[in-house]
Design a protein around this ligand. Structure first.
Ligand code: 13P
Length: 343
């Protein structure tokens, strides 16, 4: 793809009213999700679950793209249509997670470095053939007593930038995802400080690797209080601080920012995005790329049973619609309650 095509895809990923469904859980991560509904982690169950999600009627109204895992990109819908083809037919861009996971980082206790650069160009070429239009790489930054370290931030920023350059050269739009974890009892000040440090390092590395800002999407975490912090910041404060931090660090040439949910509850993740868009005035589109916060109600409704398919799809369509509204700052508690009516 030429840079024009890449920038067209990047803009489509963050199109008004739409966001991204992250359904790229590795086999190990989906096992955790399946355990919560007592479903065995078998290839056929993983396929059936993703089939349920992807064949939700009208999904493309609020979902611009879906991030897949390697196995899923090679799987097919019940009628034999490859998932990538099914999504594309329905006007949804298929994407692929290309990192090999966050591993313990040497000499940095408690910190992680994401692996997967070796052989990445070759894998990207195959993913393009399989129909992928964009890619994702997640870096993890941990907040702790002596963390994050400069070593961890810089190594992860460098890896993200190398990944992004390789993807763009191969014809895939990179989703650059530096996630500052919400685990811990740190306050929102500390989260803001670490997020700002991380984003500065990431954009310095992206510039250094000649990554084209117009042809990428940023997927950051929001600036929020640590999960175990006694004082939890409210929705407005999270929105204001997240916007302030992003304005300080993210070039306006980046077309869009699609947040991860990172363990926030479904409705809070929607409310935070909505509050940012209600404030308005940002130079980039602000949308979602949620995994848990989009899938959770659907997963719990599904429980691995064919008979629950319709209820599970209604639950997904509802969350997608609520988040779609949040991209325009048009979400409200009243609309949230309309789930029954949507059925
Ligand atoms: P969550 O929204 O569940 O954090 O998942 C998004 C994602 O893709 C993490 O890499």
């Amino acid at each position: 793809m030429s840079t024009n095509e890449l920038s067209r895809v990047a803009l489509a990923m963050v199109a008004p009213g739409k966001g991204i469904l992250a359904a790229d859980e590795s086999t190990g991560t989906i096992e955790k999700r399946f355990k919560s509904i007592s479903v065995e982690n078998l290839e056929e169950n993983r396929r059936a679950y993703r089939d349920m999600l992807f064949s939700t009627r009208g999904l493309s109204q609020h979902i611009s793209g879906v991030i897949l895992y390697d196995e899923t990109l090679r799987q097919k819908s019940a009628d034999g249509t490859p998932f990538a083809e099914l999504l594309a037919k329905n006007g949804i861009l298929p994407g692929i997670k290309v990192d090999a996971g966050a591993k313990d980082m040497a000499f940095c206790p408690g910190e992680k470095i994401t692996e997967g650069l070796d052989g990445l160009a070759k894998r990207c070429a195959e993913y393009v053939k399989l129909g992928a239009k964009f890619a994702k790489w997640r870096a993890v930054i941990t907040i702790g007593k002596d963390a994050p370290s400069a070593a961890c931030i810089n190594a992860n920023a460098h890896a993200l930038a190398r990944y992004a350059a390789i993807c763009q050269a191969a014809g895939l739009v990179p989703i650059v995802e530096p996630e500052v974890l919400m685990d811990g009892d740190h306050d929102i000040d500390r989260c803001e400080q670490v997020t700002e440090w991380t984003l500065r390092a990431v954009f310095a590395a992206l510039a250094n690797q000649r990554v084209v800002y117009e042809d990428m999407v940023l997927k950051p975490s929001m600036v929020i209080s640590g999960k175990d912090c006694a004082k939890q910041a409210g929705v407005q404060e999270v929105a204001e601080r997240t916007l302030r931090c992003l304005k300080r660090t993210v070039p306006a040439a980046v077309p869009g920012i699609a947040f991860l949910s990172g363990g926030q509850s479904d409705e809070l993740a929607t409310a935070h995005l909505d509050a940012m868009n209600k404030i308005g005035g940002a130079p980039w589109r602000l949308t979602f790329s949620y995994g848990r916060a989009l899938q959770h109600p659907s997963l719990t409704a599904w429980k691995g049973r064919e008979t629950n398919l319709a209820a599970a799809q209604i639950a997904l369509a509802h969350r997608a619609r609520m988040n779609g509204l949040a991209t325009a700052g048009r979400y409200s508690a009243e609309l949230e309650k309309e789930r029954g009516k949507a059925a």
